[in-house]
Design a protein around this ligand. Structure first.
Ligand code: 5SP
Ligand code: CO
Length: 214
């Protein structure tokens, strides 16, 4: 199981130390939530923070772009050190082109779907993407309640990706903890994003270990 702590729930005053702590605890990815106050009703941080953290960590930097007009920003995040860039289907007018342009930068491309968005929107790009992120909360904030109704979508996506010749990762994001993660894994997810579950714990190593063992 790939574990991706989401920095959104960390204490922003001590980010460098908290990244080091999750890396030491065995995290695989660092999930970086970019919010613009338009696509989602919250603002987080930009490429500068990614650039500043990059020399301090060997984790895979997994950038989740929750912004309008993602085409205007992804190259900057790539230059800043992103290894994976995920754009929202709901924010892309020309999703196939966006995915191709991200991959042309030599990094992995992911597509994200809000809980209410059907899988049909990614049907014709499934062969191109490296990862599909299924939101298990409505994007914008950490610490929200997991939406169980997304699980049949995870199952269906797993069936679709199993028919492909190449590997497509299935990431779930939002409300992941020791109670919700087992169901998501059983449905087919292989990358678990967790913000409050990891950074809300006294010791980040415990939640990371719980998720890794699934
Ligand atoms: O993209 C998002 C929220 O929009 C997530 O990555 C959250 O940061 C996850 O936080 P928790 O729900 O795990 O607390
Ligand atoms: Co996210």
């Amino acid at each position: 199981m790939i574990v991706a702590p989401s920095l959104l729930s960390a204490d922003f005053a001590t980010l460098k130390q908290q990244v080091a702590a999750v890396e030491k605890a065995g995290a695989d990815y660092l999930h970086l939530d970019i919010m613009d106050g338009h696509f989602v009703p919250n603002i987080t941080f930009g490429a500068q923070l990614v650039r500043d953290l990059r020399p301090h960590s060997k984790l895979i930097f997994d950038v989740h772009l929750m912004v309008e007009h993602p085409d205007e920003y992804f190259a900057d995040f790539c230059r800043a050190g992103a290894d994976i860039i995920t754009v929202h289907v709901e924010a892309c007018n020309h999703l196939h082109r966006t995915v191709q342009n991200i991959k042309q930068l030599g990094i992995k491309a992911g597509v994200a779907l809000n809980p209410a968005t059907p899988l049909s929107g990614i049907h014709y790009v499934l062969d191109e993407v490296d990862m599909v992120l299924l939101m298990t909360v409505n994007p914008g904030f950490g610490g929200q309640k997991f939406i169980d109704a997304v699980m049949p979508k995870v199952e269906r996506l797993k069936q679709l990706t199993a028919n492909l010749e190449r590997n497509v990762d299935i990431q779930v994001d939002g409300g992941i903890n020791e109670n919700t993660a087992p169901g998501a894994v059983a449905a087919g997810a292989n990358i678990l994003v967790a913000g409050s579950f990891v950074f809300g714990a006294e010791e980040v190593s415990k939640p990371i270990e719980i998720l890794r063992q699934l």
